[in-house]
Structures are given as C-alpha cells and as structure tokens.
Design a protein. Structure first.
Lengths: 99, 173
C-alpha cells in the first residue's frame, strides 16, 4: 500500500470538513465538520506512525481523540446555552457582535 | 530474482478493503456536509467514523482503532444526538442548512485540496508502507506510561476540566 493513498484520503476528508465549517448554518453541523477535520488528522498521524515505525503517532492520535471528546462536550454545552437564550442555533442569527 | 509480481506482494485484500472503505468515507462525509437533515448528518458521521476505524485496523493500529470505535461512535455521536435533541432539530430536515458562503467555501476547499494534493504527491510520490505494521496494545501502553506519562496525566486533567465546564455551562439555575 502506498503511503500517499492514506494521506490523500485524509486530505480529501480534511477539505470536506473545511467546506462544512464554512458553509453550514447550524451550530451542531459545524461541530460535526470539525470532527471530520480531526479524523483526517488522525489518519495522517497513524499512517506516518506505520511508515516510520514510530509509536508516537499512535499516542498522539489517542490524545487527539481525547481532546476531540472534550471539545465536543464543551461545544455542545455552549450551543445548548445559545439555544436556551435565543431559541435558535442558526449561526446567521448569532450576529450580536457584528458591526 | 525475476520480474514476477506475487499477489502476496500486492496486498490485494488490503488494497481492496482500503478502496471500499475510502469510498464509504468520502461518500458519507460529502453527505454530512450537504444533507438538510441534522439527524441524517449525525448518522452519516457514524459511517465516516466507522470507516476511519476500519482504516486504523488496515494500518495495524489495533488500539487506536478500538479507541476510535469506543470513544467516537460510542460516546461522541451519542453526545451529538443528545445535542440535536435538546436543540429541537426539526424532524425531516429544514429547507436549507447552508449559509450564503457555500460557493466561496467550496472554492476554498477545492483550492486547499489542490495545494495539499500537489504537496503530498510531490513529496511522498511512491513511498510504500512497510509490509507488516501491526502495533500491539502492549507497545502503545508501554509508550504512554513511560515516555508520554506527563501528557497522559495532563489529558486526564483536561477531561476533568471539560466535564466540569460543560456541566457548569449547561446547567439550569
């Protein structure tokens, strides 16, 4: 197997995640796109760990999974609070700090 | 010896598995960012995460793959579904879940993919992965509890902080 097939797959997944973060209007959808980005990074880490026979790629990937779990927890709590205060998680409506 | 390419060298099964999983991942990821129903997006995300877990097993990362299935699909997706439920996502989807930046976002994503793809192909053109790359859980645990002990403890504190923070932010008072 080529190293590049994993790296390119991760690059495609990353770019799909970037599109999701930029184009989605629902706060939960933006968080899901961030998860796509984090998974793309993890694929890269594990592929390089397999290539260079280095365990640190696996360990770093585990840390990324843990941080992603923490981030989703806090992010969803914030979105819940926004929903409670404004009855909508449409990011187009959250423009209090705009101009 | 000769120019005969053995099927064992081609790793036919791994490559076929990789191809199928890659199709599933990319198809499901595209549906995550284009569907109009938030619940469907969460379920497509489950497909992506399961596919990525399969990729880890192909690469021989057994512990990371197991952690991926347990933590991502088993906990983070459930968190997402709770969040969708508590923010009253409309059943059956809304009219449109994209904002007006979607074309610019698509352009940026395509440009980023072009730059990344060119860089990757230029640098790691034909690098082959080693034939046997299985990493056991024992090796990962040896590394975590010796070399990476401090980051491991810091991650524990981080998770505690995130837990307390999420509860404080989201509680009703």
């Amino acid at each position: 197997m080529l190293l590049n097939q994993f790296l390119l797959l991760a690059a495609v997944l990353f770019c799909i995640g970037v599109y999701g973060v930029l184009a989605r209007r629902n706060g939960v959808m933006v968080l899901m796109s961030i998860e796509l980005i984090l998974n793309a990074v993890n694929i890269n880490l594990v592929a390089f760990a397999a290539m260079n026979d280095d365990i640190s790629g696996h360990v770093f990937a585990l840390f990324v999974i843990a941080v992603a779990a923490a981030e989703v927890g806090v992010g969803l709590a914030i979105i819940l609070l926004i929903y409670r205060n404004r009855a909508s998680i449409d990011l187009e409506d959250a423009d209090l700090m705009k101009g | 010896m000769s120019n005969v390419v053995l099927a064992a060298d081609l790793l036919v099964a791994q490559n076929i598995a990789f191809g199928l999983i890659a199709l599933v991942i990319i198809g499901a990821a595209l549906r995550v960012v284009t569907t109009n129903d938030v619940v469907h997006a969460a379920l497509y995300l489950v497909l992506v995460l399961a596919g990525v877990g399969g990729l880890y097993f192909i690469l021989g990362a057994e512990f990371v793959g197991t952690a991926q299935i347990l933590v991502y699909i088993g906990a983070i997706i459930v968190l997402f579904l709770f969040g969708i439920m508590l923010t009253r996502a409309p059943i059956g989807g809304e009219a449109d879940l994209d904002n007006d930046q979607r074309w610019l976002g698509g352009l940026i994503a395509v440009l980023l993919l072009a730059i990344l793809g060119y860089t990757l192909i230029d640098r790691w053109d034909d690098s082959q992965l080693p034939a046997d790359t299985v990493v056991t859980t024992a090796q990962v645990s040896d590394a975590i509890f010796s070399t990476y002990l401090l980051p491991f403890e810091v991650i524990s504190v981080l998770l505690l902080a995130a837990l307390v923070g999420a509860i404080v932010v989201a509680r009703r008072d």
